[in-house]
Design a protein around this ligand. Sequence first.
Ligand code: G6P
Length: 607
Amino acid sequence: MCGIVAYIGSKDAAPILLEGLARLEYRGYDSAGVAVAAKGGLKMVKKKGRVADLAAVVPARFKGTAGIGHTRWATHGEPSDANSHPHLDGAQRFAVVHNGIIENADQLRAKLEADGVVFASETDTEVLVHLIAAEAKTETELEDAVRAALSRIVGTYGIAVLDAEQPDRIVVARNGSPIVLGIGEKEMFAASDVAALVRYTRQVVHLDDGELATVRADGFQTFTQDARATAKKPSTVDWEEASYDTAGHAHFLIKEIHEQPAAVERTLSGRVDERFATAHLGGLNLDAREARAFRRVKILGCGSAYYSGELGAQLIEELARIPAHAEPASEFRYRNPVIEADTLYIAVSQSGETYDTLAAVQEIKRKGGRVLGVVNTVGSAIARECDGGVYLHAGPEISVASTKAFTSTAVAFALIALHFGRVHDLSPADGHRICAGLKALPGQIREILAQEKEIAELAAAYAHNAGMMFVGRVRGWPVAREGAQKLKEVSYVHAEAYPASELKHGPLALIGPELPTVALVPDDELVEKNLTTMGEIRARHGRVLMVGHTAPDPKFAEDTILIPKNEPELDPILLGIPLQLLAYYAAVALERDVDKPRNLAKSVTVE
Ligand code: G6P
């Protein structure tokens, strides 16, 4: 949520900053701005709208070799030119960009205003730049002024600070919002996300919470809030620059949908242990005895990560027969949860940054619980906070709506469930059955993607309804929830998910010709029950699109998408794929901003 980029070296900063911001735009896209330290002071341009709108108004003579940039997702104050970052102090000596939330901004603002400071925006961030300016009256070094200012604020931040009087450095700091440094040849970068850096360097350093860094063209120093130097070892980013391009696709969303066979192959790579019919997951850091000791599993995540956790809970209960349950991390953390020693907690997050999920992990750990992470972004805050876990290796996901990370998460849960199953009572024969099913997934996903054209036509036909119902039972229920979520977020068509069994207890009242239903009907022991529900919908003249394995009698469904059959436990992973295509093509038919839906951001790093 919100993107930060900073550059210092011998090149012109502005083009590098604008390029970096374009790469970060998926993190927030309601306004953007850049500032550079130039001879004679700071130059700044900022604007409501997209990075392209900003680039169009940056003047040709916007010269400076040190600069900072920001793309915003509004929290305090509506999107506007004035509320865009960077923010400057009254004397225009300092420029600050900030991700996160300053909780005591109102009190600090009142105090600063009483001292005569005039504010130019409604943001919490502006408080910080005025505090830095105030501290600079007594502190000569920029880093000391920043440390002193940060000691007065309560909240979360990733920041970058530019000082017109010390243009040889940029100071960055992190507390709850990521900052990563990029090491170049006589030039340095900083950003909230490696996406902004991969074009220029692969050598990166992740700051920890509470850490600051001084970044100069020839290197960097890191230190703590109380000025103690810290030692950092650079790591190499292995994600390709090409992952950050649409590579000929119309949108990242469709590109990432098509990347799923390869993403699932990577999630499975080296982890299917045919010899013992189990999964090999070294990162769990649990030996067999510990794995057997847990009596319950609690899975936490937000948005699509939560729904993939529901699929995970289903898999763990089925294969390992351990009671498992998923809950939104955003609710869990606020309800003073009971943390049990014999419950295994699993946090799910594509970005590894979602603040509510991170806070849930911290709360569990504070109370002595054991937490594993199912995370895509290596080295992210949640990954580092957990006691162990499984990386997805799905590759970077840029489109706001999650697809390949969702599917890879479900696959990672299937591996976890297989592993736990095999240390409990899952038979070797069943273990082999699941191993074979897992290995078949990439090919079967390809088969579903080959139906893209037909699904696109169906999506265009259904897109113009005011709403859509998604129903499923047991294995199909989390898939229905994610399908409805996908349609809502990218097409803005109202969609509701219900367990098919619950339809007659209320929502059947809504069913009629104007509200079509997507029914998820795998060939399992519940197929007859699902057909009965579809019959009830048809009897009320509701249109039905069935996704399943066997074409039903036409009286049950107008339209059908058939998918390949896997093992019953793994079928839900495949059932979700056509729903992604359905949402994508509905959004395209309605001419939505597919990769950047209104009001949303890719990673929500605030509460
Ligand atoms: C945001 C995104 C969702 C995502 C959720 C969790 O709300 O818009 O697409 O599912 O955050 O993100 P995470 O990175 O923790 O998986």
